[in-house]
Design a protein around this ligand. Structure first.
Ligand code: AHR
Length: 314
């Protein structure tokens, strides 16, 4: 039992369903690859419950195909809003056009897509990944300023190929170091945001480049934590013999930072559920959403972590 009527501009006013009918949200999660992702999933599920929104939650386990299937299932079920965390930036035209044709708004939660027609999605809620990469590089250049004659050989552990966070974090980092002679890449390796891939890739890099590696820049905490294990197994001290920078700021990374095994953690906030539910309600009431809602985030050094660790929610 929804209500409709004439709006002030003569157009049909959007139905006021708030409190009268439960909104239905379909969420196509990318997987469970990292501590960050688990926190994100919990935030979405918890916030839907708190907001009284019915949630159809599907986990694609890193398969873009499965994300397509979930979105199509949501369309068939006539949900009010579809939200998802796209595995990759590209490949979404067809399925998002189907959602648009069905008149269902799509909200991107945490990762953006690259499509020719931006009217295929309504809003993006998440981080500025490029800026996260810049933040990582900014800290490294500050370290280098203290030791002017040193060259830093970097191993980069990338996240899932073609994913928005891997692309953005790589780009932003490179922007600041590429024309600076003090920095050189030993290797930039494709991982998948898991601890296992971080450990394997780091073991390979150590095999090839051994003690000549000065810095590891991991695109997320899980890969950094895997790299720490590989460095220790190789007989070196993470955080001392090799500097480690990572992104996310999950509790386990903050622990590693506080005992000196990580040197910098760039924050990426996964607690996006409440903002998403607000956006779902707003868009269902016909309100305009800003195209991009960017989370404000910081960086944590070994000094700073002591002050903030106790209050971490994820
Ligand atoms: O899209 C956000 C990224 O995806 C997080 O940094 C990473 O941990 C996750 O898997």
């Amino acid at each position: 039992d929804t209500e409709s009527g004439d709006g002030a501009d003569g157009k049909a006013a959007p139905p006021d369903r708030n409190g009268k009918e439960t909104l239905k949200l379909g969420f196509a999660q990318v997987g469970s690859e990292s501590g960050w992702r688990i926190a994100h999933t919990n935030s979405v599920i918890g916030a839907a419950k708190d907001a009284g929104i019915e949630l159809l939650f599907r986990n694609a386990d890193q398969s873009q195909e499965r994300q397509f299937e979930s979105i199509r299932e949501f369309i068939r079920q006539r949900v009010d809003v579809i939200a998802f965390s796209p595995k990759t930036e590209t490949g979404w035209e067809e399925v998002l056009s189907e959602a648009k044709d069905a008149g269902i708004p799509v909200i991107l939660s945490d990762r953006e897509v690259k499509v020719k027609d931006d009217s295929l999605w309504t809003a993006y809620i998440g981080s500025d990944f490029r800026e996260e990469g810049r933040r990582a590089a900014r800290w490294l250049t500050e370290q280098a300023d203290r030791e002017p004659d040193r060259v830093y050989r970097i191993v980069e552990l990338q996240g899932t190929p073609d994913s928005a966070p891997a692309l953005g974090r790589k780009k932003g980092f490179e922007e600041l170091i590429r024309d600076d002679d003090r920095f050189a890449y030993a290797a930039s390796l494709e991982g998948d945001f898991t601890k296992r891939s971080g450990k394997e890739l780091m073991a390979e890099a150590l095999e090839k480049f051994g003690k000549s590696i000065d810095v590891v820049y991991a695109h997320n905490d899980d890969m950094a934590l895997g790299a720490i294990e590989a460095i220790e197994a190789y007989g070196l001290k993470p955080g001392k013999d090799i500097l480690l920078i990572s992104v996310d700021a999950t509790k386990s990374a903050m622990d590693a930072l506080s005992i000196g095994k990580l040197n910098l953690v760039v924050e990426c906030n996964p607690l996006l559920g409440p903002q998403l539910m607000k956006a779902v309600k707003d868009v269902s009431q016909g309100k305009d959403l800003p195209m991009k809602i960017i989370t404000s985030e910081g960086v944590f050094t070994q000094e700073l972590v002591k002050q903030v660790k106790r209050n971490r929610e994820y």
